[in-house]
Design a protein around this ligand. Structure first.
Ligand code: CO
Length: 148
């Protein structure tokens, strides 16, 4: 009898992810100048979506810094170019850049940072790309984000 109840409890637990969309994700950056994913899908049923960037390397932020920046794909290159001029003190982003939809600060090894996106702001005007705006990193550290 007891085992039957346990079975039911496990079944209920296992079915939970089907009912509630995952409105957050974690992305890792490393000392090899890489993110561990090149695409992120935001469930359209989410009101907000949180991205947590984890730097799993050891190098400092001024040597191998990473951030997570979201823009329209068409804006990515110009945002990156302006970000280089803005410097590390500004997280390699032009202050108050309206083209930046969301971003974390630049972090170093062992650190993490999160940003929460208003999903309603993403439903028009894509496609979207994410990248690291540390100078020279976006060639490898980039990917696409879509709402589905
Ligand atoms: Co980087």
């Amino acid at each position: 009898m007891k085992m039957q109840w346990l079975g039911l409890a496990l079944l209920a637990f296992a079915s939970t992810p089907l009912l509630a969309a995952e409105c957050s994700t974690t992305i890792e950056g490393n000392d090899m100048m890489q993110f561990n994913t090149s695409s992120i899908t935001v469930p359209a049923s989410c009101t907000e979506f949180t991205v947590t960037l984890k730097h799993v390397g050891k190098l400092a932020r001024n040597v191998m810094g990473h951030n997570w920046v979201l823009t329209k794909t068409a804006d990515m290159q110009a945002v990156e170019a302006d970000g280089i001029k803005a410097g590390l003190d500004n997280n390699y982003l032009k202050p108050d850049d309206a083209r930046v939809i969301a971003h974390t600060k630049i972090i170093g090894g062992g650190e993490s940072a999160s940003v929460t996106i208003d999903v309603a702001a993403l439903k028009t005007g894509g496609p979207y790309s994410f990248f690291c705006s540390y100078p020279g990193h976006s060639g490898l550290m980039k990917g696409t984000l879509k709402v589905e």
